[in-house]
Design a protein around this ligand. Structure first.
Ligand code: PEP
Ligand code: MG
Length: 601
């Protein structure tokens, strides 16, 4: 039966494919396709893993028979029996074999997929004792996965030589015929940490759905950067959808349609083709300079997460990188932070990748919804977004901060680098930051290590900063407005919490006032102001930002051409008075919806 689930729209586009349900704790298991010729070996790999765990349990059983009742409580023996029974369960091995043979999933993926299927059956059981056996199932799967380590890749990305084929778009015929292999797959999880999401960049999924998360949560931001359909905050989606269901993601509307009827499939297939055509048309603007009708040159920059993203940035016609979120180099490493050399090499790759265009490297911004490790979520603090995050974290660990600063300064010897500091609010923080930068320079000089000049920028993303612009303009060469956080902190809305997502409003008069004042103050002093939050890539807001005087936008590469199209059709001199009206309005969204001539009458 067809039904729809409503969530939050993350990225444009339609995806149609089969659901792959993954437990959040298993999102970091390898997902790749194997070659048909490797099916037998892959099944053998799971068998070997399972047999190793069976042996282990049998040995344990053996040893407890020699113990007295005190050392080996009765429950332990019973537990081991249950584990053995689950391991040898026919449904588990037949299911795993099915996913490997029919879908060419790698062994780990097949195991976790079948695990989800069985876990669902346990959830539906009436008998409480049996329902609780789900935890045992989880445990044995964990042990088999561990036993399989070393017999194949435990990474998310395929091992060398594994199939990286792009799932093709299904034809209407495929969908109706229920084609099994080679159809697009859509990952569905309760939650995906930003670092895990990042690793899916080179993976097999055509779309993503999560139960939790806000529109500007970092998971959503990474999904958007992948330019594939995604919906977050879909609440119960991971419980309502079954493994392998056909689903449609409407990334523009934030809707997930489960088990679509042929008519709905036809409609969305058509929408999907329209979207593809539109993207094709936008490609024609690739080499057109971003100049408005009245001759204003607009800078269009890219937001990136990893040095390799510079290829995508150049291919999209970016004039530089406006935001390199360096924290992605630090996350998911089980606490071992990257050293100076590793960071230097990464920044240098980004600088060289941009071939002489500027690269804005933001110092590390971990904390809140970007924990260093997924396992170390900040549950200890009630408000992690207000806690030790970004520059606060850096200033709390001067050695780590100086290491990063030295690496950035060294990368600047290879091309133009701008150094951007997140979440500053206090004069004291600014002074400390500048002192650390000086210290980093002095250390490099003393060691005779080459480094280059950097332009210094501050992110304006805390209302206190937007209300202290004189201070910021005194110390910094440029400003970059982080609207994601500026909205979060102005409206007291957790950007990662879907339950308050309806209150997350870029057009709130207070937000617009802070954005407008920052742009105006920068311009008055001839200093560059950029917007690098998600507002910059939202075509519905491009004209307003132009009217407020913004001349530099930084966004996901995939959004650059659509924003450029709006710029080419805009006359900034006419937009300026209109933007002032929107700014003064009690209801800016409504004011924006009015035809411009009436609005300016
Ligand atoms: C922002 O806050 O708008 C921003 C660009 O930084 P991040 O999304 O990484 O917090
Ligand atoms: Mg921010």
């Amino acid at each position: 039966m067809t039904f729809a689930i409503h969530g939050l729209a993350v990225s444009r586009g339609i995806a149609i494919g089969r659901a792959v349900l993954v437990a959040s704790s298993r999102v970091d298991v390898a997902h790749y396709f194997i070659e048909a010729a490797d099916v037998v070996a892959e099944i053998a790999r799971v068998r070997a893993g399972r047999d190793a765990v069976v042996d282990e349990i049998r040995r344990l059983q053996e040893s407890i028979t020699h113990m007295g009742p005190k050392e080996a409580p009765h429950e332990l023996g019973a537990l081991l029996d249950v584990h053995l029974m689950l391991l040898q369960d026919e449904d588990l091995s037949a299911g795993v074999k099915h996913w490997i043979t029919e879908r060419l999933y790698n062994a780990e993926w097949a195991l976790t997929t079948q695990l989800e299927v069985i876990a669902r059956q346990f959830d539906e059981m009436e008998d409480e004792y049996l329902r609780e056996r789900k935890a045992d199932l989880e445990q044995i799967a964990e042990r088999v996965l561990r036993a399989m380590k070393g017999t194949g890749s435990a990474l998310l990305v395929p091992p060398h030589g594994a199939s990286q084929r792009e799932p093709r778009k299904p034809s209407q015929q495929d969908l109706l015929l229920d084609d099994t292999v080679d159809v697009p797959l859509i990952l569905l999880a309760h939650d995906i940490a930003p670092a895990d999401m990042l690793q899916f960049k080179q993976s097999v999924f055509a779309g993503f759905i999560t139960d939790v998360g806000g529109k500007t949560s970092h998971t959503a931001i990474v999904a958007r950067s992948m330019d594939i359909a995604a919906v977050v905050g879909a609440r119960l989606a991971s419980q309502l959808v079954r493994q392998d269901d056909w689903i449609i993601i409407d990334g523009d509307a934030g809707v997930v349609i489960v088990d679509p009827s042929p008519i709905i499939l036809a409609e969305y297939g058509f929408k999907q083709r329209q979207g593809d055509l539109e993207r094709g048309r936008l490609q024609r603007l690739l080499h057109t300079p971003a100049v408005s009708m009245d001759g204003e040159k607009i800078q269009l920059l890219a937001n990136i997460e990893m040095p390799e993203d510079t290829h995508g940035a150049l291919n999209a016609g970016a004039q530089g990188v406006g935001l390199f979120r360096s924290e992605f180099l630090f996350m998911g490493r089980q606490g071992s932070l990257p050293g100076e050399e590793e960071q230097y090499q990464a920044y240098k790759r980004a600088v060289e990748g941009m071939k002489g265009l500027p690269v804005t490297i933001r110092t590390v911004d971990v904390g809140a919804d970007k924990p260093l490790n997924n396992t170390a979520r900040d549950d200890a603090h009630l408000n992690p977004a207000l806690g030790l995050r970004a520059i606060r974290w850096s200033l709390a660990d001067p050695a780590m901060f100086r290491t990063q600063l030295r690496a950035i300064l060294r990368a600047a010897a290879h091309g133009p680098v701008h150094l951007l500091v997140p979440m500053l609010a206090h004069a004291g923080e600014i002074r400390q930051t500048l002192a650390h930068i000086d210290h980093a320079r002095t250390t490099l000089e003393a060691k005779g290590v080459a480094f280059g000049p950097v332009k210094l920028g501050a992110m304006i993303e805390i209302p206190a900063a937007a209300l202290s612009l004189k201070l910021f303009l005194k110390y910094f060469d440029f400003l970059s407005i982080g609207t994601n956080d500026l909205i979060q902190y102005t409206l007291a809305i957790d950007r990662a919490d879907e339950s308050v997502a309806h209150l997350y409003d870029p057009l709130h008069p207070a937000v617009l006032r802070l954005v407008a004042d920052t742009i105006a103050a920068g311009r008055a002093q001839g200093k560059e102001v950029c917007v690098c939050g998600e507002m910059a890539g939202d075509v519905a807001l491009t004209r307003l930002l132009l009217g407020l005087g913004l001349r530099s936008f930084s966004m996901h590469p995939a959004q650059i051409l659509a924003v450029k199209q709006v710029i080419l059709r805009a006359d900034t001199s006419k937009l300026a008075p209109w933007a002032q009206q929107v700014l003064e309005s009690e209801d800016p969204a409504q004011q924006m919806a009015l035809p411009e001539r009436r609005a300016s009458a």
